[in-house]
Design a protein around this ligand. Structure first.
Ligand SMILES: Cc1cc2nc3c(=O)[nH]c(=O)nc-3n(C[C@H](O)[C@H](O)[C@H](O)COP(=O)(O)OP(=O)(O)OC[C@H]3O[C@@H](n4cnc5c(N)ncnc54)[C@H](O)[C@@H]3O)c2cc1C
Length: 452
């Protein structure tokens, strides 16, 4: 069954659409960057936020040193071509909120192939297509679930969806999977309706060459010290001094863009220690987990064409989370399909290892599509963002009761340390564009502070 009304992402995108025009405004160019052994600003992390901050500061004539622990830039945004020979976005793939996403225009202007995400969706019950009545029942359950979450958000209730969503019987697990693991990377008891309600809602687009490739094109002109891990940020005297595994960088200000997962684990130390509210924030705006189990298949098994959403009702188990995948079929018309997994099930599969994750995804598909799955399978790759010590998860959202702590992340420490990144954006959190805008917003604050 293919039913446009079941388009997954329109069902799961968040509540409100806020135009962040001011966040897109450019900073003035008033000076050329001075070459300096002691830069004005040290930026920790060369993901979307760090590169955006560095670009804006450099354009404003400030000297910047960007240090990145990994041997590549991009962080949670990276297109690989080596594994499958076709673009494989290992992290971010959807250009969310295209209406206010600066990478849509950038991609168009620079020769990338951008298009709106198609709306084709299939819903399976075991090996058969869902009937029209079943599809309507699922849709009705989704609508009721969202209404319950909206009501809680509107009322300012910092409670989890698990506390407000009624039980939908046979549809419960699929509703849970689509709203929680598939969108937030969390199960329904691990995020807040109030935080969810603050999110921007818009249209999703894709880039055929990969979101990571598109972004990297615009990041190429920013010098980055790769394979350099920040260990301690010292801010007791004047300025800031960042001790890395490859020496120390002293600067007047520091922008930290590591994820809240990294910060909650104190993988970067602060000396003196940060005020306690920052630790509360790192531990309250926690990382969800979302992984792509990418499957290369010789033939189109799904009949949805490129970029179809393929859902099925997971079989009930004793686990407190649904054990199912949401599929994005034939990504950009290629032979790659994502079996995406989030929340507790994603953690379980990460613990089992990538080969097991691929086997489980294939076994699930076999139940629906039969033995031709094995015949069509070429190879797979499962990401493991939760085990990555430079991210410890996919993207962040507030635990129930913790929504006010997001604002703490946006408060500078002694006008010397600023935090930026997806978790810091008030409404486009969990997205590349949110990270980018957060980086730019913080860079403007740093400029103001430096200009004193
Ligand atoms: C599987 C997955 C799917 C996603 N899907 C989407 C999507 O479809 N659309 C979307 O918009 N967003 C999506 N996201 C979220 C998006 O990727 C992130 O919101 C965004 O890339 C975060 O950018 P950032 O700059 O805040 O953080 P990061 O990308 O994490 O950048 C921080 C950088 O800091 C580095 N770092 C960490 N510790 C240190 C240290 N001690 N010293 C130096 N460097 C350090 C890291 O290596 C990293 O490069 C997805 C994420 C994942 C994982």
């Amino acid at each position: 069954m293919t039913d446009k009304r079941l388009r997954a992402d329109s069902l799961v995108t968040r509540r409100r659409f806020l135009v962040g025009a001011s966040a897109l405004a450019s900073a003035p160019l008033w000076a050329r960057a001075a070459a300096s052994a002691t830069p004005d600003v040290v930026v920790i992390g060369a993901g979307a936020a760090g590169i955006a901050a560095a670009k804006l500061l450099r354009a404003a004539g400030r000297s910047v040193t960007v240090i990145e622990a990994s041997d590549r830039i991009g962080g949670r945004l990276h297109t690989d071509r080596s594994i499958f020979g076709v673009p494989f976005d290992m992290g971010a793939h959807w250009l969310h909120n295209a209406e206010v996403n600066p990478f849509v225009g950038y991609g168009r202007d620079n020769g990338f192939t951008l298009y709106e995400a198609p709306e084709t969706t299939a819903l399976k019950i075991g090996a058969r297509d869902a009937t029209g009545a079943e599809a309507r029942a699922f849709e009705a359950a989704m609508t009721r679930a969202f209404r319950a979450m909206e009501r809680a958000g509107e009322a300012g209730r910092d409670v989890s969806p698990a506390q407000v969503i009624p039980d939908f019987g046979p549809w419960q697990d699929l509703v849970h999977l689509v709203i929680g693991p598939n969108r937030m990377g969390k199960d329904l008891d691990r995020f807040s309706c109030l935080d969810w309600y603050s999110g921007t809602e818009g249209t999703d687009w894709f880039c055929r060459e990969g979101y990571g490739a598109l972004w990297a094109h615009g990041a190429a002109d920013v010098p980055v010290r790769l394979a350099t891990r920040a260990e301690t940020v010292k801010w007791g005297g004047t300025g800031v001094s960042v001790e890395t595994d490859r020496g120390t960088v002293a600067a007047r200000a520091c922008i930290v863009t590591a994820s809240t997962g990294v910060l909650a684990r104190r993988a970067i130390r602060f000396d003196p220690a940060l005020p306690a509210r920052y630790d509360e924030a790192f531990n309250g705006i926690t990382m969800g987990l979302y992984n792509h189990v990418a499957l290369q298949l010789k033939e189109d098994l799904f009949g949805l064409g490129g970029d179809g959403y393929f859902y099925y009702r997971p079989e009930p188990t004793a686990a407190p989370y649904p054990k199912g995948f949401g599929l994005l079929t034939n990504v950009s018309g290629s032979n790659l399909t994502f079996a995406d997994v989030g929340g507790g099930f994603a953690r379980e599969l990460e613990a089992a290892g990538p080969a097991a994750a691929i086997d489980v995804a294939l076994a699930e598909l076999r139940k629906i599509l039969g033995a031709r799955v094995e015949r069509a399978f070429v190879k797979g790759h499962a990401t493991a963002w939760g085990r990555n010590p430079l991210t410890y998860g996919a993207y962040a959202s507030a635990e129930p009761g913790a929504t006010p702590l997001r604002a703490v992340l946006r408060a500078p420490v002694a006008e010397r340390i600023w935090f930026a990144g997806e978790a810091c954006h008030a409404s486009e959190w969990a997205t590349v564009a949110g990270a980018h805008k957060s980086g730019r917003a913080v860079a403007r604050q740093v400029l103001k502070s430096l200009n004193g």
